[in-house]
Design a protein around this ligand. Structure first.
Ligand code: ARG
Length: 468
């Protein structure tokens, strides 16, 4: 932009004190309208509550209140109808709305800011916005959990390998694996609802940092805006943004979960695993390799997790050096937080759509249970149940695995009972039944285990927590 272009048309709220105004590029640098314009309706809501309170407290006359309230309502309607464009030259959304009131109502418009500051205004607007936005994120989270739980229930008996170190470890089921994902997502839901409860206090009336000498009724504005209470300390109200940190944290953790689930999916969709077939509509092709079907959606969710981590680090770093109370650094809170919340909501919806249409290849999953000695732990536990110390049982099973490998055998069940007895006389004929993948899974029926009835209990618990 040309350095000498004149100041943008919108008048600033602080014009009285300063002889010179920032030139256009500098003004643009400190303006936040392009980011905080999404708070316009909340700003109007806050102003209407403030104006009514000023009227009830005898600070504004009934006529002034009526005029301001009607104009604020009109501005909201115009914004919603799209007939009132946001002025990109305004300093921020608060200046924009107050500027409009003054343009349209003259001196009456100039009365609206009594007893408040943009510092308590922005803190109020942001909390009002989050009180609408977070339940939407929680809604998508719940839908995602519930549809994954439906898939988990369908697959409580679908055997597959469980992995540690990406090496085949023990037989589990697909239902168990999906329920593990849901258990993490349910805690994410808890983090969002918990943060929402804590931020449900109204900063309006905190002023710039120290409240106001005017006889404000902060209880009334808090009630009118449906907050559970006014904030306790005015300075804290305008200086802190810990609610933004909590939510950015909740978003980053949720995205980290989604990223890991997507990593599972990318592996499962590979020719090497072939555990899952993503719908064509949830895959993309290659511009050069005609055969390709790529899990781009899963990859992109995994990639976007980086943004939410970045936003959290950005907010923490932005906050850490700010002396109390408000400093302009805090204006940076919104871009990072909005991006994190937009990202997590979008990704949850995409993840859910992709998962709902995915087809699991049960034969490939069952096939992957052959050959990795996933039953070795169960062989050891068989011996423990016959009285052998676990460490001895572990060594015995390991020696049997070695015997198998030496003879090119892929599973302990390929040994004869006599061969097994050479390693431990405790083995009996029933060992072979105990080592099938289904038996290994069925045996782990304790709390939290992969046995079908145990997983059904977990699914029931999660459904009860998530369902309205
Ligand atoms: N646009 C500002 C923000 O987002 C509003 C508060 C400005 N306050 C001030 N004293 N400059 O933080």
């Amino acid at each position: 932009m040309d350095e000498h272009t004149p100041l943008p048309g919108a008048s600033v709220l602080w014009a009285g004190r300063l002889v010179e105004k920032p030139e256009a590029p500098a003004f643009e640098f400190q303006s936040s309208i392009m980011v905080d314009k999404r708070l316009a309706l909340q700003d109007i809501q806050g102003s209407r509550a403030h104006v009514l309170m000023l009227g009830n407290q005898g600070i504004l006359s009934g006529d002034h209140v009526a005029a301001l309230d009607a104009e604020l309502a009109r501005i909201a309607l115009e914004l919603e109808a799209g007939t009132l464009p946001i002025d990109p030259g305004a300093e921020d959304v608060h200046s924009f709305i107050e500027g409009l009131l003054t343009q349209r109502l003259g001196d009456t418009g100039r009365m609206v800011h009594a007893g408040r500051s943009r510092n308590d205004q922005v803190a109020t607007d942001l909390r009002l916005y989050l009180k609408e936005e977070i339940p939407k994120i929680c809604g998508v989270l719940k839908e995602t959990i519930l549809s994954l739980l439906d898939q988990a229930e369908t697959h409580v008996e679908t055997l597959m390998p469980g992995y540690t170190h990406l090496q085949r470890a023990q037989p589990v089921t697909l239902g168990y694996h999906l329920t593990a994902w849901c258990t993490g997502l349910e805690r994410d839901l808890g983090r969002f609802t918990d943060a929402l409860e804590r931020l449900d206090e109204c900063p309006l009336g905190a002023g710039a940092l120290a409240g106001s000498g005017l006889p404000l009724d902060r209880e009334a504005t808090a009630r009118a805006l449906r907050f559970s209470a006014p904030t306790l300390n005015a300075m804290d109200s305008v200086a802190d943004r810990d609610f933004a940190l909590e939510l950015a944290g909740a978003a980053a953790i949720t995205m980290t979960h989604l990223s890991r689930f997507c990593e599972d999916l990318v592996l499962w969709a590979s020719e090497e695993f072939k555990f899952i077939s993503l719908a064509d509509a949830w895959s993309t092709g290659s511009s050069i390799m005609p055969q390709k079907k790529n899990p781009d959606f899963a990859e992109l969710i995994r990639g976007k997790a980086g943004r939410t981590t970045g936003n959290l680090v950005c907010l923490l770093t932005m906050m850490k050096g700010i002396p109390y109370a408000y400093n302009k650094d805090l204006q940076e809170d919104k871009e990072a937080l909005f991006d994190s919340l937009d990202t997590v909501r979008w990704c949850l919806g995409i993840f859910r759509g992709m998962m709902c249409t995915a087809v699991f290849n049960q034969e490939r999953m069952a096939g992957a249970l052959v050959g990795g000695f996933l039953e070795a732990t169960d062989a050891a536990e068989y011996l423990v149940q016959k009285g052998l110390p676990f460490r001895t049982a572990h060594e015995t099973a390991a020696l049997i695995v070695r015997d198998c490998l030496a003879q090119g055998q892929g599973s302990i069940s390929e040994r004869t009972l006599e061969e097994l007895k050479e390693r431990s006389p405790l083995f009996e004929e029933d060992i072979f039944k105990a080592l099938t993948p289904a038996a290994c899974v069925a045996a782990r029926k304790g709390l939290g285990g992969p046995a079908p009835e145990a997983v059904r209990r977990q699914i029931g618990t999660l459904r009860a927590k998530v369902s309205p």
